[in-house]
Design a protein around this ligand. Structure first.
Ligand code: GDP
Length: 450
């Protein structure tokens, strides 16, 4: 367990905070006790806190290495909660490197990935949802994802968790009071107050679950596999969904020999589309390998579109080759070739499209959003990860067990215990009850300088 209040670090870390490469400005960030000493040695003085201060940056022997701006944040009023120094120099790899080396010569060490954010977390400046939101905001691939990340970053996610924890605690106190004073003989089932509290808790859970689920879809999206016999138009459909030519389309069967991946967006939800090699009998070694990879991709998919050609819809169904449990939608392509009016989209079972003309593609997109439960409405989405969703689910399950124990067995003690466990699951989300291992995993995925 991490005791967030007492963690103590006595070393000073340094990293380039701006992306590698050349740019107008590059920033070296320093955090720790030696920040002031480093400011004085490199920039000639310790700037007043939060005042942009022009300086000539010098190395250990006093030679000028750059000119720029220093920003100093005295602890605890800084991002990490420690003394922080930012050196804004010119953004080239060599000047940045020279600045970092000067800081190291003055006693700093290179920061590990995510170490600035980790220190901010350990010093109670931000909770885990906010630390993760920083990373997600930087990595966000759509405006919707960025907005959801900012919402989590500003603490909205943590606030919703807190509200739940307060409601859980109040209910638990109520139940415990009844256990402690059995002479009062509170009949829980008849007690309106308990029932109301339980149902309002359930509403809070369901709403949070929905917003987090949407946020997780915004972040991770879905893996969609395009499968079907050669030449039915899988590559063409991928290109149509992408809006540009991502895959090679030819009239010769078996063109897509490898597994092609393309990252797209569906109203903000990322979609990784995998165009598989046509699955068919072949002696060609390369094609066989392509098909092996296709089968592997299908096993890890969230959804599979099985394509067929309108002129050959009665071809042997491809669906029997699919692993169990992967949700499938059958898509009939090339409806532009059919002289008959296309039969119209028949609910979810079968969709009719033309990758060539674009007919039916909007319905297909709506169908995909629908199967993932994704709503394009921005609402109150909070950027979230699978670990958050799992923790909320586990907390909800404990709360439901407690409710049933109370309603079915009048077991107040069991309910109190389940509520405590629910609270603990929620604590994992914000980092109140999080193991060091998990913290290590979370922060090591950040990039250096964050
Ligand atoms: P894949 O082997 O399943 O990936 O199929 P391709 O995307 O390479 O397409 C095979 C052939 O069918 C190409 O000549 C495409 O131009 C053609 N094709 C694909 N989609 C359509 C469509 O909707 N209508 C028509 N008329 N032709 C299509």
């Amino acid at each position: 367990m991490v005791d967030a209040g007492l963690t103590f670090t006595d070393d000073t870390i340094v990293a380039v905070a701006t992306p590698p490469g050349r740019g107008g400005v590059g920033i070296v960030r320093v955090s720790g006790d030696r920040a002031a000493k480093i400011a004085k040695a490199i920039g000639g003085r310790v700037p007043p806190a939060r005042v942009a201060t022009a300086a000539t940056f010098r190395d250990a022997v006093g030679e000028a290495i750059d000119q720029g701006i220093m920003l100093y944040f005295a602890a605890p009023a800084s991002f990490t909660g420690e003394d922080v120094l930012e050196l804004h120099g010119h953004g080239g790899p060599v000047p940045m490197d020279m600045l970092v080396h000067s800081c190291i010569a003055l006693g700093a060490r290179l920061a590990m990935p995510g170490e600035f954010s980790k220190r901010a977390f350990l010093n109670n400046k931000i909770d885990l949802t906010q630390a993760e939101a920083i990373s997600d905001l930087i990595d966000s691939a759509s405006q919707q994802a960025a907005r959801a990340a900012v919402r989590s970053l500003s603490g909205e996610f943590a606030k919703r968790i807190r509200m739940l924890v307060i409601a859980l605690t109040e209910l638990r106190m109520y139940v415990e009071a009844a256990i402690d004073f059995p002479e009062e003989e509170v009949d829980f089932l008849a007690d309106q107050e308990v029932q109301q509290r339980i149902s309002s808790l359930e509403r809070l859970f369901v709403n949070l679950q929905e917003d987090a689920q949407q946020g997780q879809l915004l972040r991770d999206g879905m893996v969609l596999v395009l499968a079907g016999p050669p030449n039915v138009g899988k590559s063409s459909l991928l290109n149509r969904l992408a809006g540009y030519d991502a895959a090679i389309v030819t009239a010769r069967p078996g063109t897509t020999r490898d597994v092609l991946r393309e990252d797209l967006h569906l109203d903000g939800m990322p979609l990784r589309v995998i165009d598989t090699a046509g699955l068919h009998d072949s002696d060609d070694e390369i094609e066989k390998e392509g098909m092996r990879r296709a089968r592997e991709a299908i096993q890890h998919a969230d959804h599979v579109l099985v394509l067929s050609d309108i002129s050959d819809v009665d071809a042997p169904s491809f669906t029997e080759n699919l692993p169990d449990g992967v949700p499938v939608t059958r898509v009939v392509n090339k409806i532009d070739l059919s002289p008959d009016t296309p039969p119209g989209n028949q609910g979810d079972a079968m969709l009719y499209v033309s990758a060539k003309s674009g007919a039916g593609i909007d319905s297909l997109k709506a169908h995909l959003a629908n199967v993932m439960g994704y709503s394009a409405v921005d609402g109150g989405k909070l950027i979230a990860r699978r670990r958050h969703i799992h923790a909320i689910e586990r907390a909800f399950a404990h709360m439901a067990l407690g409710r049933d124990a109370l309603y079915n067995m009048k077991a107040g003690e069991i309910m109190a215990e389940e509520l405590r466990l629910a609270q603990q699951c929620l604590g994992e989300i914000t980092g109140r009850f999080t193991s060091d291992d998990l913290l290590g995993q979370i922060f090591s995925r950040f990039c250096i300088g964050k």
